[in-house]
Design a protein around this ligand. Structure first.
Ligand code: PLP
Length: 378
């Protein structure tokens, strides 16, 4: 896109993505880095962010779904790409043909991988996922011997290659949480068992962004970083982006659509949850929950307009919200910064997360398809 959109747009600074990848590699000097670009790179745009991350030394890319991983290949992106959220009947053969690393959490998935390998006429690259305590995806310790045994046998028959053994933390964003040490111990044990049975993984990995930042003993061969690649702090307890040496890559900007004076006692937006106290100026911001502005932040979400951070007045609607400027004045067409790096006084994604009782992951990821992305430093 050549012209900057006017209504609302997300500016993505690819130099920030590169700088964050470099900073994270310094935090995990003995490990390779996987840039996790699932969910359209947490709303930042999967293809440009994957390229920028690779330029800065990310040797792996990760996605949740195989479709996301195949889209990277379709864009011409090479190198190791792993995807971990599989269902029966998914694009197994296409994944083998595209040389994707396929996560396998159970026997049904191993069977799909073997069948796909037969059909494709080449080995499936599989990574065995251990449930070391998250209780979500992954193979339970009690079922590990069966899965490892079958995978090693499939490797011997020539249908798969066990390229990785991996797991995922439940509470890495709460340093000192007792589950962390328990998961590390379980991972060590399940890994040792698989290696004893003959598995020779290229990569062993368990660390996400918070573990990369706080837990060097979790780094192993590879760290899988998502949110931190985009410069956002994974949890307030870990510090701000700046304290973590990260630069938020996304700035969400809008143009003020209307400014008008209203008398005292005037209700504002659906439900009239804000009523003006005195004669005041209202500014209309043309972005709403269809664009990813959380309705739950009604009355609370911060926005920088006219040199001050102001709050959403009343409800966030589907396409717009209002701020009450008091006696200040701005003009239609003036810039409103909904969130950004915070370096210029604007709110951050973390501030919106607090206002909406959620996490910063959700704030950036939910920015909708109606919001154009404008890339800087591509
Ligand atoms: C999303 C995801 C990651 C990245 O997590 P961040 O906290 O954003 O770094 C890593 N591994 C798995 C399995 C994931 O689903």
């Amino acid at each position: 896109m050549n012209e900057t959109p006017t209504r609302v747009y997300a500016e993505i600074d690819l130099d920030a993505v590169r700088a964050n990848v470099r900073a994270l590699r310094e935090r995990a000097p003995g490990a390779e880095l996987m840039a996790v670009v699932k969910a359209d790179a947490y709303g930042h745009g999967a293809i440009p962010c994957a390229r920028a991350a690779q330029e800065a030394g990310a040797t792996w890319l990760g996605t949740a779904t195989p479709e996301e991983a195949l889209a990277l290949r379709a864009a011409g992106i090479e190198g190791p790409v792993m995807c971990w959220l599989w269902t029966p009947g998914g694009p197994w053969q296409a994944a083998v043909e595209a040389d994707l690393d396929i996560s396998v959490s159970g026997m049904w998935a191993l069977d799909e991988a073997r069948k796909a390998a037969h059909a494709a006429g080449r080995r499936a690259r599989i990574q065995l996922k251990a449930d070391t305590g998250l209780g979500r995806n992954g193979c339970q310790p009690a079922d590990w011997a069966e899965l490892v045994g079958a995978a090693v046998a499939a490797e011997a028959e020539g249908t798969v290659k066990i390229t990785g053994i991996w797991s995922h933390f439940a509470c890495a964003d709460e340093p000192g949480h007792p589950s962390i040490a328990l998961q590390l111990t379980a991972f060590r044990d399940m890994l040792a068992y698989a290696e004893k049975e003959g598995a020779r993984p290229e990569v062993r990995h368990i660390a996400n962004s918070p573990a990369t930042l706080t837990l060097p003993e979790s780094h192993y061969d590879l760290v899988r970083c998502g949110l931190a690649v985009y410069g956002v702090s994974p949890a307030p307890e870990l510090g701000t982006s700046q304290e973590l040496g990260l630069r938020p890559a996304m700035t969400l900007k809008a143009s003020v659509a209307l400014v008008k004076a209203v008398p005292p006692g005037h209700g504002v937006s659906y439900g009239h949850h804000h009523v003006t106290e005195a004669e005041t100026n209202l500014a209309l911001i043309p972005a709403g929950y269809a664009d990813g502005i959380p309705r739950h932040a009604s009355g609370r979400g911060p926005v920088l307009v006219g040199g001050k951070v102001r709050r959403v007045a009343g409800r966030v609607a589907m396409d717009q919200f209002v701020v009450d400027l008091g006696s200040d004045l701005v003009r239609a067409g003036d810039e409103a910064v909904i969130f950004g790096s915070g370096e210029h006084g604007e709110p951050t994604a973390e501030d919106w997360a607090r206002a909406a009782d959620t996490i910063a992951y959700e704030i950036v990821t939910r920015i909708g398809v109606r919001v154009p992305r404008v890339y800087r430093n591509g």
